[in-house]
Design a protein. Structure first.
Lengths: 121, 412
């Protein structure tokens, strides 16, 4: 069964390009995107996801709040966090909340994608 | 007062002698005991008064505030020890002189005294500059009291304190305020820019994968990625001073950190003909700081020192322990470790000295102007501060103040 991956960010260029990066990788992934934390949660209510990659600062609920809810409601779903906010404080917080990876924008797409390959196979 | 008492004592002694002589004649024998008792009481009173007088004199002399009194013309009648020490004068050099001659702005002081005498105005917690015997300008905070002396004449008691330290702290605070404001602005801006950069970079990287490596389009896109990384590196530096990560302080050896940084710069220093010397005073080698943040501070100061000496020169890094100095205004118990980084370069003109702490201020063609801002920011995070002294043509000294923390006490 295809592994399911959800990319959450209000930056459309990023969600679109990241989405494309998985498409061209020819992995058997089902990739979806959401423009906000709320949209992500409603998608997750429809069907389960193996991995969420989320931004932190978004209108509505933040990526860290999303991470908290996901870890409570869907404990088997892994969460990666990306942010344009350069501070170790957020990194520590994300890791405490159970994020499996934290990366600052602009990141190396290949490095992030490899992390996803390692996780989802 | 004391002289008056002395005279009274002598008078009493004379009376007593007289009484003793008379008693020999046997006429006032029965009054002798009475006089003796009176004499003893007076002597005791004298001693009590004298001890009160000495006590007050000691207080006035040894109080840490400077005290100067003047007569009704504003001429100096008395200076206590603190006043003389701060001014660098002997009492006899200034007694009888107009008080305004001790100040950097004599006219202002004349006006103050005019207001005191004519309008009976009192001055409370005002600031003004003294001029010491060595022509050094010393900022003071002062209060005045109009006084009526026993002889009915008026005079002024002028009480003051050296406020150089407070002024330094105040300056430090305003530097930090300025940095905080600009820092927040820069951080906000950097955040807004890094978001689109993230999108552009990922898009470019995806695009790059679709071209074969030799394709000129691949080369173009890889340049886009490289330029994004360059912009991001600049933004990263904004972040560093806008919002340094929370320090993780621990005890570290100052010599080890300093040696490490010098090692890093060794080849560059050789090339630039810069020599250096380090000297670590006792009790000043164990510092409680975030190691990598402190390395950054030392590195920035050494790089600045090297830049100040394009023709080569000498850098000295000297540490010392100052038990009575405060590293910052908020420090509870005094005790600071001072680390002085001295170069013998061009020096900084006095009118530019405050500018060097402004973020983005630079005189170097390849500089961003954030080095010192980062230093004061990081030191602030580590409960320290930075001071500068410079002499044009002679060189510049940056002094880092860190709180002295006793490791054994801390651990127990």
């Amino acid at each position: 069964m295809a592994r399911r991956l959800l990319i959450v960010d209000d930056e459309e260029t990023l969600t679109f390009s990241l989405y494309q990066s998985f498409i061209i990788s020819k992995k058997d992934y089902e990739v979806a995107t959401a423009a906000s934390g709320e949209e992500a949660l409603s998608r997750m209510a429809e069907k389960p996801y193996d991995l969420i990659i989320t931004d932190i600062f978004m209108p509505g609920i933040s990526g860290l709040d999303l991470l908290k809810v996901v870890k409570e409601k869907y404990p088997s779903t892994e969460v990666m966090v990306m942010t344009a906010y350069g501070s170790n404080d957020k990194k520590d917080e994300a890791e405490e909340l159970g994020a499996c990876y934290y990366v600052e924008k602009p990141f190396e797409m290949k490095v992030l994608r490899q992390k996803v390959f390692d996780l989802l196979g | 007062m004391s002289k008056y008492l002395e005279e009274q004592k002598e008078n009493i002694q004379r009376v007593n002698q007289l009484v003793t002589d008379l008693s020999k004649a046997g006429e006032v024998r029965e009054q002798l005991a009475h006089y003796k008792e009176k004499y003893n009481r007076l002597i005791k009173k004298y001693e009590e008064l004298d001890s009160v007088f000495q006590f007050h004199k000691r207080i006035v002399q040894n109080i840490s505030s400077g005290i100067i009194t003047t007569d009704q013309k504003g001429d100096i009648t008395f200076l206590n020890k603190s006043a003389l020490e701060l001014l660098g004068y002997e009492s006899r050099e200034v007694l009888g002189k107009p008080i305004h001659t001790l100040f950097a702005e004599p006219q202002k002081v004349k006006e103050i005294f005019q207001q005191i005498f004519e309008q009976h105005k009192m001055f409370e917690s005002q600031e003004i500059n003294l001029k010491s015997s060595g022509d050094e300008i010393v900022p003071i905070g002062f209060s005045t009291t109009l006084f009526e002396f026993a002889n009915g004449q008026q005079g002024v008691v002028f009480i003051f304190r050296d406020i150089r330290e407070q002024i330094n702290f105040r300056r430090q605070m305003s530097r930090m305020d300025r940095l905080a404001t600009l820092g927040e602005l820069a951080a906000g801006l950097a955040h807004e820019i890094r978001n689109p950069l993230g999108g552009i970079k990922t898009s470019s990287e995806v695009l790059l994968e679709t071209f074969s490596p030799g394709d000129f389009r691949a080369q173009l896109v890889s340049r886009v990625v490289k330029e994004i990384d360059r912009s991001n590196a600049l933004l990263q530096r904004f972040f560093n001073f806008a919002k340094p990560s929370r320090p993780k302080p621990a005890f570290h050896s100052l010599p080890n950190i300093v040696d490490g940084v010098f090692l890093l710069l060794r080849s560059r220093m050789l090339k630039r003909k810069v020599s250096y010397k380090t000297e670590f005073g006792s009790d000043s080698t164990n510092i409680y700081i975030d190691e990598s943040q402190f390395e950054q501070v030392i590195l920035n100061l050494l790089l600045n020192a090297m830049d100040a000496m394009p023709e080569g020169g000498h850098i000295e890094l000297v540490s010392s322990y100052e038990p009575h100095t405060l590293a910052t205004a908020g420090q509870k118990e005094p005790g600071a470790i001072l680390i002085r980084v001295k170069d013998d370069g061009a020096g900084i003109p006095p009118e530019k000295i405050e500018n060097i702490f402004l973020p983005f201020y630079t005189t170097k063609s390849d500089g961003v102007g954030l080095g010192l801002s980062i230093c004061i920011r990081l030191l602030d995070e580590n409960a320290g501060r930075l001071e500068v002294e410079s002499e044009l043509g002679r060189g510049t000294v940056f002094t880092i103040y860190l709180p002295y923390i006793n490791q054994t006490q801390q651990e127990s």
